[in-house]
Write a new protein. Structure first.
Length: 134
């Protein structure tokens, strides 16, 4: 995966990624669960400089489980969640894998914030971390 493209459901916000993901994870924090409407959020982390956005996503500033600010970007028209920028990882942007035009290159490397995961979710053999690794 050298260059990736993606968009929201209605197409009002689209993007291009000009770098390989530095991380591919499933985040189980309670905020990602609420924001995604699912058991976890499937995301890739890329350098902020690799993201080119067309359109103007809306931004909601949240305080994550870490106690640090998370800027959650979404389409103001259709509501699709697109990106997150977290205070604890400056220079990185996290992209919702489901918004990529081609998801075939995604393989989760780990599960994070599993202390908040749903009891019925089985993380299998993939490395799991109670909070953020490191």
């Amino acid at each position: 995966m050298t260059e990736q493209t993606g968009r929201c459901l209605c197409g009002a916000v689209s993007y291009r990624l000009a770098a390989e993901p530095l991380m591919q994870v499933n985040c189980h924090c309670s905020h990602c669960q609420r924001q995604s409407g699912s058991a976890f959020s499937t995301i890739i982390g890329v350098p902020e400089t690799a993201l080119e956005v067309t359109g103007a996503p809306s931004v909601y500033a949240d305080t994550g489980e870490s106690g640090k600010t998370v800027h959650r970007e979404f389409c103001g028209t259709c509501g699709s969640p697109l990106f997150s920028r977290v205070e604890v990882m400056p220079g990185m942007v996290f992209v919702k894998v489901g918004t990529l035009d081609d998801t075939s290159g995604f393989t989760p490397q780990s599960h994070i914030w599993t202390r908040s995961k749903q009891d019925w979710v089985d993380c299998g053999a993939i490395p799991s971390f109670a909070t953020n690794p490191g």
